[in-house]
Every structure is written in C-alpha cells, then in structure tokens.
Design a protein around this ligand. Structure first.
Ligand code: GLU
Length: 373
C-alpha cells in the first residue's frame, strides 16, 4: 500500500516553527517511502480562519520547498460529507441527539467541581427517547463512546498508551447549528484522502483516542499515528518569542536560509549519529519515525546560527550577488553596478566565512560597493 501523509494546518495565524517541523516530517516520511504528501487546510472555523493566514502558510511551505502532491484540500468544502457521516452514525444508533440545556450542562460542571473530578458529560440523553425532548432546544449529536474496558493506541513515536474507557466522554460530532465538529471532520477527511500515517504534534494525542471511536463505529481501518514531541524553549518552558523567532517568516526575514532551517528543524528531535549537517538527499534516505525521541526538543538559537553559517559558506557567489542586488534595491533603492560586482566577487569568500545570517552578510558586503570619494 502506498504511503499517504498529510499536513493539516488550521489557517488562524502564521506558519509556526512547530507546524513547519510537522510538515517537514510528513514530507520526509512520504519521500522516504515513495509515497504522497497531501496538504489539507482546516478552514472550518469561520471566525478564526483567514485568507491572509492561508497565504502565509502556503508562502512558508513554498519557501521551505515542502511541495505537496495534488491539489490543496480545503476542509470547508467537505462539510456535506461530514454531515452525511454524522447522520449515518445517528441512523445506525452509534450516535444520538442530546437535548441538554445550558442549565443541564452547568449543573454537571458544578457537580464535577464539588466532587473535584474533571467535567464529563453524564450521557443523560444516551438512552432517552427523543420524543421526550424539549421543543425549544436544538440538539447536538454525540457519539456513543465505549463505557467499559480500555482503549489502546500503538503510536510509532510514543509507544503503547492505554486509557480506561471510563475516561472517555460522548463527545459532540455535530453542533446544534448543524455544523460538524473538528473531531468528526478530521476523521472523515483522513479516511477520504486514504491517509495511511498521521504525523502531528503531541498535543493531538488525546484526540486520537476520541477519533478512533469514530473509525471503529464506521468500521474504517485506522491510519498509523506518530505524535511528535513539542518544541520547548532553551530553558524547558513553552517556546515563546523570548527563545527565538516563532514564525517561519521571521526566520526568513532574519536572514536564515531555508535549507539551514530545514536542517535545523530536522535535528530537533531526530538524529543520525552525531551528524549536525545533513543534506536533504541524506535526510530523505535516512529518515525514519522510529528514530524520533519521545521527549520534547529544546530550541537552541546558537545551533541554528551555526547551521546557518555553514549553509551560507556553501552559497555560490552568483547566488549571493542576486540576493544582494535585491536586498539593496529594497533597503537602499540602489542597484549593484559592475565595479561593485567585481569587487564583491573578490571579497565574498571572506565575508561568507564571517556571516551568521544573510542580513549580516549584506551589511558587511556594503563596504565593497561604496563609491570612492
Ligand atoms: N488542524 C490541526 C492544527 O492545526 C491539526 C489537525 C491534525 O493534524 O489532525 O492543529
């Protein structure tokens, strides 16, 4: 069976370095196994999804050269299919309408608080007859989660994880306004797209337990999963601005080369002996999910800069001159003349060996371009 992976960003912001790394792992795994890498934009949240964010995500992927196979799939276009599956589950008695009022739910939350237990919907409509339903409440549809036993996940990275089914709740698959929830849409789309491997952030691990209930109810074969540990800041806390740039675009603007960022992201949580510099060709050849560490990777800006310096040294002078022309044009509204280009060709080897990033390289190169008085 051909491997199919997918990157499924929600377009509610820029392309975060953590998401870019997830995309990279999906891309590499597909390349390594001669499979396909698909892109699905999860744009069902009408309030938070923006066109601007979609463009930023696509620009980031293109800059990193993480090209996807086939057309982009927009989740919002599949809503009818998701609705059809929700109704099918309802008809088969594997899901049910829940007519709880806001008051009912608040009571459950209060009770949980008093008992110091996590809130869980008490399944009050699971066995009730819908004809007893209050007329003024539009129902949601909930899945019938298993009540007894335990659910086991064999994750490629996280290993075997067991959860007692008592911990599961009858989560909502369709809201009262008739819109399907994320939990349902993801499963239906992954099934439709024939996804064989779901590679995504560790923060989605608990969703896998819930999503598996839908796979089981529909008797669909489950894809394999690999939950990638998150990226932490150098001090072990959640990665934030103070640890380094967050969005891929910032790295680009800071003069980081795309192949340097790819190399650095690859090494965040994945290793091949002590190799720090890994060509894309070797990355494709050597990549395996089994070699990913379970614990979160710590972001190290110095290491990124050192990888970037390496790739800057490898740049050809012609490429740099094209870049510099563009840089000076944008920043100083001036073009490189032939004399400057000649001088640069003589000086660039030295400048390359001293540059941490492209911006620094450009500012150091200015010296070679100044007119003599
Ligand atoms: N859209 C989700 C996100 O951006 C990812 C969903 C998934 O990978 O299953 O976090």
């Amino acid at each position: 069976m051909k491997t199919v992976t997918r990157f499924a960003p929600s377009p509610t912001g820029n392309l975060h370095i953590g998401s870019a790394r997830t995309a990279l792992f999906n891309w590499l795994f597909a390349k390594n196994t001669n499979g396909k890498f698909l892109l699905r934009v999860e744009d069902t949240d009408k309030v938070r999804s923006t066109k601007e964010s979609i463009n930023k995500i696509l620009d980031g992927l293109k800059w990193l050269d993480l090209n996807w196979d086939g057309e982009i799939i927009y989740q919002s276009k599949n809503l009818q299919k998701h609705t059809k599956i929700a109704n099918e589950l309802l008809d088969k008695g594997l899901a049910y309408k829940c007519f709880c009022s806001e008051d009912d739910l608040n009571k459950m939350r209060e009770e949980a608080k008093i008992l110091k237990k996590p809130y869980r919907y008490n399944r009050m409509w699971r066995e009730k007859n819908p004809s007893d339903a209050p007329k003024d409440i539009k129902p949601v549809i909930r899945i019938k989660a298993p009540i007894e036993g335990e659910t086991v996940i064999n994750d490629i990275i996280q290993g075997t994880i067991k959860v007692s089914n008592e911990e599961m709740d009858d989560f909502i698959i369709m809201r009262s306004d008739g819109s399907p929830t994320y939990m349902l849409s993801v499963v239906v789309d992954d099934f439709d797209m024939n996804v064989t491997h779901i590679i995504r952030g560790h923060d989605h691990l608990t969703n896998t337990f819930r999503q598996n209930i839908i796979y089981d109810a529909m008797k669909w074969q489950k894809p394999k999963t690999a939950h990638v540990p998150l990226i932490l800041g150098s001090d072990g806390s959640k990665m934030s601005k103070r640890h380094g740039a967050i969005d891929v675009e910032e790295y680009k603007n800071n003069g980081i080369l795309s192949n340097a960022l790819i190399n650095y992201m690859l090494r965040l949580g994945w290793s091949h002996g002590d190799d720090e510099i890994i060509s894309l060709e070797n990355a494709i050849k050597w990549f395996s999910l089994e070699k990913m560490g379970k614990s979160p990777a710590k972001f190290d800006n110095d290491k990124l800069v050192s990888v970037n310096s390496h790739y800057i040294k490898e740049l050809k002078n012609d490429e740099i001159i094209i870049f510099l022309n563009d840089y000076y044009n944008k920043k100083y509204k001036t073009e490189l003349d032939e004399v400057s280009k000649k001088r640069l060709n003589l000086g660039l080897n030295d400048i390359k060996s001293r540059s941490r990033d492209l911006n620094q390289l450009a500012e150091m190169s200015l010296f070679y371009c100044s007119k003599f008085p």
